[in-house]
Write a protein that binds this ligand. Structure first.
Ligand SMILES: Nc1ncnc2c1ncn2[C@@H]1O[C@H](COP(=O)(O)OP(=O)(O)OP(=O)(O)O)[C@@H](O)[C@H]1O
Length: 503
């Protein structure tokens, strides 16, 4: 999901480029358009605080970049709930010498809005209703398949997923999932253990809620995905990818999946709750970040990308909306809905050559280079306040990306600019991070020269922003979402439920 909070494309905003237009009705869409396929994610938006809340990205046939368009949508679920908890809750160094100026920057804090949380118990569940039109009025014709060259991945991951049931039990015939009761780490989990407190984000298929684990008494985040919507948007494989990848990874700067399950209507993922809110909000409130601040966040992201890529995982959705700030000021990357585990490509080489379609041979496909491109966009946006390629129309954005032209601010940190230039290289074989030294080239860039990467990993760097958080379950750093639009639970039929057997 991408966030509710983060519709993007802009509302009038101080420091915003005139080319960076206001947001469209608070609606946003997230679209990944591949060569032949479209994957659309829809998001309900809240334009609270006049902060632009939508991010655009799109994947053009001729570029390795991924761009996403968020579409307006609503999500909800029927919470028959007890109000029980209240929360106010290439080795490529730059040749020239450079001493980076250290800029004093005050922590930017979200304009906290006190919200009185509606608390709900989680016994009943959810269905989402959503608008399947993009902001441009396009119909959602999303496909589940990726536009990655190795389209066999989906098939394979289906098989892999099928074996991946270590903490699941078989569903019973009524559609009620006995996997609701699963054991992990010595503990029996059950959905009833989680008490929903408040929605902190909405996404394509559902919402993310602050919960309290009644057994451990800890706060956590529960992502609830309506299976009807996952099916309708043909995102079954992506959701499975998300869950499987999240189960595989553990890194200080990525979100931790505690447990996952499903019932007859929804898929559930339980995460650690990251209470500082989205980097996006801080960036929009600040206008732009100093080089030092941007450098801090970029370094933690590089550390995480390096880790993910070492596992052959490409993330594919890097943007400030998906970067949460923890109470300690460090980053947590969330939303692995587009993440993809790259499989061995031997299949391609061992295929029957006579039958391989030209597009398979010629396709550039996706690989980890897309994440390095996105890092370049992100660093630019942090330093400048808006992304390097922008147009009101997606086509215009594609054109700008392909043109390779970037407008630079006069006073931009030259070393950061050099790194961005080396990341925003259209030819992915020449893109920093995607050459023979991999992430090391990025890490060795002079913009990061003062960093000890072990210190980065061990969270020894001083965070530039400390969120205003009063307690672990504080939700004031997130936008408000109506709790009135939870829709009645709709159980999917047995046939459809089988599609999620391995979730
Ligand atoms: N662990 C968490 N702690 C706190 N907030 C979270 C957590 N996970 C997600 N959120 C909030 O919920 C929002 C939506 O989550 P996420 O991006 O995973 O949903 P999504 O349905 O995949 O969104 P999209 O459809 O836009 O891709 C996040 O942007 C964030 O604001």
């Amino acid at each position: 999901m991408s966030t509710t909070t983060s519709a993007r494309l802009c509302t009038p905003f101080t420091g915003m480029s005139k080319n960076f237009p206001p947001s469209k009705n608070g609606s946003s869409s997230k679209l990944i358009a591949g060569t032949e396929t479209h994957m659309i994610k829809l998001t309900a938006l809240h334009n609270k605080k006049q902060i632009p809340t939508t991010r655009t990205s799109t994947n053009n046939t001729n570029t390795e970049a991924t761009f996403t368009f968020k579409l307006g949508r609503t999500t909800g679920s029927d919470v028959s709930g007890d109000l029980s908890v209240n929360s106010s809750e290439s080795s490529d160094p730059v040749e020239s010498d450079y001493s980076e100026k250290s800029e004093d920057e005050k922590a930017q804090q979200v304009e906290n809005t006190h919200v009185s949380a509606n608390s709900h118990s989680i016994s009943s569940v959810t269905t989402t209703s959503m608008n399947n039109e993009t902001v441009d009025g396009e119909k959602d014709e999303s496909h589940d398949a990726d536009d990655i060259t190795n389209t066999e991945d989906s098939d394979r991951s289906e098989q892999d997923d099928g074996n991946d049931t270590d903490d699941e039990e078989t569903d019973n015939e009524s559609g009620e999932s006995s996997s609701n009761l699963t054991e992990k780490g010595g503990r029996k989990y059950h959905l009833d253990h989680f008490q929903i407190i408040k929605t902190v984000g909405t996404g394509t298929f559902g919402r993310v809620c602050l919960c309290r684990d009644k057994v451990s008494n800890k706060y956590c985040a529960m992502k609830i995905l309506a299976m009807t919507e996952v099916i309708r948007l043909k995102q079954i494989e992506h959701v499975k990818n998300e869950r499987n990848i999240l189960r595989e990874i553990r890194h200080p700067f990525t979100i931790s999946l505690e447990w996952s399950t499903k019932d007859e209507s929804n898929l559930y993922m339980i995460f650690d709750y990251v209470c500082g809110g989205e980097l996006f909000t801080y960036l929009r409130n600040a206008g732009k970040f100093s080089s030092q601040t941007s450098n801090f966040y970029a370094a933690e992201i590089v550390s995480a990308l390096d880790y993910l890529h070492s596992l052959q995982i490409i993330y594919r959705d890097l943007k400030p909306e998906n970067l949460l700030i923890n109470r300690d000021g460090h980053i947590k990357i969330t939303d692995f809905g587009f993440a993809k585990k790259l499989r061995d490509r031997t299949w391609t080489l061992c295929g029957t050559p006579e039958y391989i379609a030209p597009e398979i041979i010629q396709s550039k496909g996706h690989n980890k280079a897309v994440d390095w491109w996105a890092l370049g966009v992100l660093i630019y946006e942090m330093l400048v306040g808006y992304p390097p390629f922008y147009d009101e129309q997606p086509f215009g954005i594609y054109e700008k990306i392909l043109s390779g032209k970037i407008e630079w601010e006069r006073h931009m940190d030259p070393i950061a600019k050099d790194l961005i230039k080396k990341l925003l290289v259209n030819d992915r074989t020449k893109r920093l991070g995607n050459m023979k030294n991999g992430a090391d080239d990025v890490k060795r860039h002079r913009w990061f020269k003062n960093l000890n990467w072990n210190d980065v990993y061990n969270k020894k760097l001083m965070p530039p922003i400390l969120p205003d958080v009063h307690h672990d379950g504080d939700t004031t750093n997130f936008d408000d979402y109506s709790e009135m639009d939870w829709k009645p639970t709709i159980a999917i039929d047995q046939k459809d439920l089988k599609l999620f057997n391995d979730f």
